[in-house]
Design a binder for this molecule. Structure first.
Ligand code: NAP
Length: 278
């Protein structure tokens, strides 16, 4: 298949590496010419350009830009596409993207490959990044079954596991497993920093794997955290409020020295975590 990839960073570059190795012809488009040159030299794309007109005759275009520029990018590429070209994106929030982009292009289907690293940019692109990862597709009532089938086949070419769901349910689920943890972890770091300097210094000396694990996602790229909060605002607020209720309950139990109920909660969460991660 002739596939256009727009935005050759970590995700776009990684998609190019794998799809090209599966025999697809990859047209790579990116904002900077240095990125395009790297894409050619790394074998990420067959042809590259900073200009959208190379997308003519593509059967599928995968938009891999940051969330804020997905819809503007689609507006830019539309003049170069055949009406039956499928457009998909890889954005990590789906409802607002699907609502806006489906209005721009009737053959748009939202997508989210659930794989990544802490790095960004084309130099971070990796072969085999998507193996065994879920590849979420969020069709709407207007989606043509044959288009969805083509995207499922692309996910399988990446050795990923296609998963079809509603965009809003996707956003709710990723809020629990990705966006809420970032905010919780960031609050943990921020709260620690409010300690007196002497205690903080000792805490730093004593900190080990527990603090490393619980603070990791709160110490990530601030821009990504802002994107999550901005684009998944309602679902993130919903999970944050629920989380605050649970935290308040734990505070009450400790204040009341209700060790029995606290023990029941911790026993439930210990079992549930093992189950959840399986
Ligand atoms: P990235 O490594 O920063 O790559 C994004 C690419 O888009 C850049 O290489 C850049 O190309 C281009 N770009 C950046 N700003 C742009 C702008 N204002 N206008 C046009 N092009 C621009 O980011 P990424 O991690 O691949 O993320 C891309 C998308 O994947 C996002 O929508 C994100 O939600 C989604 N996603 C990310 C992950 C993850 O773990 N990182 C996982 C799943 C999905 P140039 O180099 O040419 O400037």
């Amino acid at each position: 298949m002739k596939i256009g990839i727009v935005g050759l960073g970590l995700i776009g570059g990684s998609l190019g590496l794998d799809l090209r190795s599966q025999g697809h012809q990859i047209i790579g488009i990116s904002r900077q010419s240095i990125t395009c040159e790297t894409a050619l030299s790394r074998g990420i794309a067959d042809r590259v350009s900073t200009s959208m007109n190379l997308l003519q005759d593509t059967e599928l275009v995968i938009v891999c830009t940051p969330l804020a520029v997905i819809a503007p990018t689609i507006k830019q590429i539309i003049p170069y596409l055949n009406p039956d070209t499928i457009i998909t994106d890889v954005g990590s929030v789906k409802q607002p993207i699907v609502t806006e982009c489906s209005q721009l292009w009737s053959n748009f289907i939202g997508g989210h490959p659930m794989a990544g690293t802490a790095e960004s940019g084309i130099d971070a692109a990796l072969a085999d990044l998507f193996r065994n990862a879920a590849y979420v597709l969020t069709p709407t009532e207007q989606t043509k079954p044959e288009n969805l089938a083509k995207l499922k086949a692309i996910a399988l070419d990446l050795n990923a596991v296609p998963y079809i769901c509603d965009a809003q349910i996707h956003d709710r689920a990723v809020s629990w497993i990705s966006h809420l943890p970032v905010m919780v972890s960031a609050s943990l770091i921020e709260a620690c920093l409010q300690e007196t300097p002497d205690t903080l210094k000792l805490a730093q000396i004593l900190a080990s794997s527990g603090f490393r694990d619980t603070s990791r996602v709160g110490g990530g790229n601030p821009e990504l955290g802002i994107m999550m909060a901005k684009y998944n605002r309602l679902e993130l607020l919903r999970s944050l409020h629920q989380y605050r209720d649970n935290l308040d309950r734990i505070i009450d139990l400790i204040e009341q020295e209700n060790w029995q109920t606290l023990a029941e909660i911790l026993q439930t969460t210990a079992l549930a975590r093992a189950d959840f991660l399986n």
